[in-house]
Design a binder for this molecule. Structure first.
Ligand SMILES: [Zn+2]
Length: 201
């Protein structure tokens, strides 16, 4: 499963020598398979100092709740996945998470119990945001420090935004310790793996 790389034109020969491939349709370089990801750490760490790479597939996890604004029942969703690896840029004065090896990457973990807010994503797998907006009433609303719109759940009744602070709060359906396997979910295969920034364990 490939991973898209952010390679400057000036560095294309270097990336190519390390085994990066070119996708002419998407006009981007990519790492050809998961074993090769550590070889491209230079470009991954340039964009993200730490994070988690979702491998192979992801799940949209559904929960029922009452809308905080209008009190009618609504469906809200979060992201889950089975296989992943974490990474963190090795820096002399910062201890690495124990799962991360000296090359900056962890082994592959299978059977994750992570539940992640969609607003934590910066780049979305192909087709995901369209699917979420047509199927679940989740779309860009909350705006972050970089003025990027983050995907946010909305009530299916009154259309009020339901923020991730509420959903992942101790009273919310996705509270800490909630098990993704307890919820209805739909699994989607990935045509390329994707990174959730600043997320590791
Ligand atoms: Zn509502």
């Amino acid at each position: 499963m490939p991973l898209v790389l952010n390679v400057d034109y000036a560095e294309k020969e270097e990336a190519k020598a390390k085994g990066a491939r070119w996708n002419a349709e998407l006009k981007t370089w990519y790492a050809p398979n998961r074993k090769s990801y550590p070889a491209f750490s230079k470009w991954i760490f340039e964009s993200f100092s730490s994070g988690l790479i979702v491998l192979d597939s992801y799940k949209v996890v559904e929960a029922d709740m009452y809308c905080p604004a209008c009190d009618s029942p609504t469906v809200v969703v979060a992201l889950s996945f089975d296989n992943y690896m974490t990474f963190a840029e090795p820096a002399s004065n910062v201890p690495l998470p124990t799962s991360v090896k000296s090359n900056g990457f962890s082994d592959i973990v299978e059977c994750s119990d992570n539940l992640v807010p969609f607003s934590d994503l910066r780049d979305y797998p192909l087709g995901l945001s369209e699917h979420l907006s047509t199927t679940y009433n989740i779309r860009g609303a909350e705006v972050d420090d970089n003025y990027k719109s983050r995907l946010t759940n909305h009530c299916t009744g009154c259309d009020a935004p339901i923020l991730d602070e509420v959903l992942f709060d101790s009273e919310g359906p996705f509270e800490v310790g909630a098990d993704p396997n307890d919820f209805e979910c739909e699994e989607h295969a990935l045509s390329s793996d994707f990174i959730i920034p600043n997320w590791y364990e």
